[in-house]
Design a protein around this ligand. Structure first.
Ligand SMILES: Cc1cc2nc3c(=O)[nH]c(=O)nc-3n(C[C@H](O)[C@H](O)[C@H](O)COP(=O)(O)OP(=O)(O)OC[C@H]3O[C@@H](n4cnc5c(N)ncnc54)[C@H](O)[C@@H]3O)c2cc1C
Length: 418
């Protein structure tokens, strides 16, 4: 629900890809913006991710295969999906809700929605880069998926067939062992077959988000670091007050909560009952002898690798735990063990930038974008695996909704009050 009068001033809580994109598109609609973050720009998931803008792979997370992995994970902490034995009631409710969505029928319903937004997601990026965000998106030419066997490859192709049947556009070609090694000499001996995906892009996430923040500041916004929002008070008749834990305040006509995996804490009082759980992922960077020029995906290992400008990022793992838990070095080691046979020319012991961050996951795999019970409070988050790819489109849709512009019909699927 939009406020009756379009707001003149909005506070955005969260300076990740989603919050900053929302701020940018609000500014484009003439709204003055202040962004606050408990830490600063790209403090959580928007920093250490793989940076893929890959519509072909932007698929709903809850699917029967993930459930199978999850059950296996209960017994194997090195599995790419790690579900700890837990007594935390919120996590148990999330896992039960998530498991209920891991059916083919629910995956297909969510995939139809993803197919629709995936068609628009790169266009929203182009608006940013045409409109003053200097860091470019890069064409992944090619984006390679690499496998230890041709049988493993068929699993991904089956998934593509399902998504194409539901409206997705995916162009790929099979590569034999020689062809895939010729295209990417850094691939290791264990790689026996490949897939080449067309029309995908990628970014250098730390650079891109910083560049987006620079553009938001350049258009007049203040981005306040170290502002840990404790309360949002919408009781005044004509404004909303955002209060930090240290007592500082920011007043505005409306607020957007884009606080990633911590979204529930602030959104619950406004009727948002959908759970957002941290699906923690890990990454690190290495310096390969020969730098791959494009991203490489190892689907069976669930590892995504991305050339940042001067280093190579290796990212993976899905660990359902608190966003406050410390980095677990065993997860990094599990990524190394799974990936080392698939790449050569890498000194794995010379890893840098070891990182853990929290994907904001919902039980149904769909983000939360739109209004709440309060006409002054809006939500942008819960994108799980794909908040980088879908962040700018989210910002554009929400800015249109808040400023009273026309919104695409697909937004009804993202109702935060569902
Ligand atoms: C290993 C890994 C790989 C990934 N790869 C990809 C990929 O290739 N492509 C893709 O599209 N997505 C990818 N993702 C997912 C993507 O990173 C996330 O979906 C996305 O970054 C979420 O953005 P966000 O802005 O919603 O949240 P965040 O980036 O987490 O930002 C939330 C911000 O809110 C702030 N905040 C929280 N609480 C408060 C508070 N109370 N007061 C003030 N500020 C607060 C935090 O400090 C943080 O800066 C990956 C994630 C991981 C972990």
């Amino acid at each position: 629900m939009a406020t009756r009068q379009p707001p003149e001033r909005v506070v955005v809580v969260g300076a990740g890809m989603v919050g900053l994109s929302t701020a940018w598109f609000l500014q484009a609609r003439g709204v003055a913006v202040t962004v606050v973050d408990r830490v600063g720009v790209a403090a959580d998931a928007s920093w250490g991710n793989a940076g893929w803008l890959a519509p072909a792979l932007t698929l709903p997370l809850p699917d029967p295969a993930v459930l199978k992995y999850g059950i296996k994970a209960l017994f194997d902490p090195a599995s790419p999906v790690y579900v700890p034995l837990t007594t935390d009631p919120k996590l148990i409710r999330f896992l039960v809700g998530f498991a209920r969505h891991c059916t083919s029928a629910k995956w297909q319903a969510a995939m139809t929605v993803f197919a629709e937004v995936n068609r628009e997601s790169l266009g929203a990026y182009d608006e940013l880069t045409d409109g003053g965000v200097h860091e470019p998106t890069r064409l992944a030419d090619p984006l390679l998926a690499a496998f230890a066997s041709a049988r493993e490859r068929e699993t991904l192709i089956d998934e593509f067939r399902s998504s194409i049947a539901l409206g997705a556009s995916v162009e790929f070609e099979r590569l034999d062992s020689d062809a895939v090694h010729t295209l990417e000499p850094a691939l290791g001996d264990a790689v026996q077959s490949g897939l080449r995906l067309h029309h995908q892009r990628f970014i250098d996430p730390p650079r891109f988000v910083e560049s987006l923040a620079t553009s938001v500041r350049g258009r007049g916004a203040e981005i306040v670091s170290g502002f840990d929002v404790d309360t949002i008070d919408d009781n005044a008749p004509d404004s909303v007050l955002v209060v930090a834990a240290d007592g500082r305040t920011k007043a505005a006509d409306a607020v957007v909560i884009a606080s990633g995996a911590r979204l529930n804490t602030l959104a619950r009082q406004f009727g948002v009952r959908a759970l957002v759980q941290a699906g923690r992922g890990y990454s690190f960077t290495v310096l390969p002898e020969q730098m791959p020029k494009s991203p490489v995906y190892f689907p069976e290992q669930r590892v995504a690798c991305t050339p940042l400008h001067d280093r190579f990022r290796v990212a993976g793992m899905m660990e359902f735990r608190s966003p406050d838990a410390a980095l677990d070095p065993r997860r990094i080691q599990a990524i190394v063990d799974a990936t080392a046979p698939m790449l050569h020319g890498i000194d794995w012991s010379a890893r840098r930038e070891e990182w853990v961050g929290s994907r904001p996951c919902t039980t149904d795999g769909l983000p939360l974008i739109g209004g709440t019970r309060s006409p002054r409070v809006h939500i942008a988050g819960g994108h799980g695996m794909w908040g980088i790819a879908l962040g700018p489109l989210t910002g554009r849709m929400l800015a249109d909704s808040i400023s009273g512009g026309p919104v695409p019909a697909v937004m009804r699927h993202f109702d935060p009050l569902r």
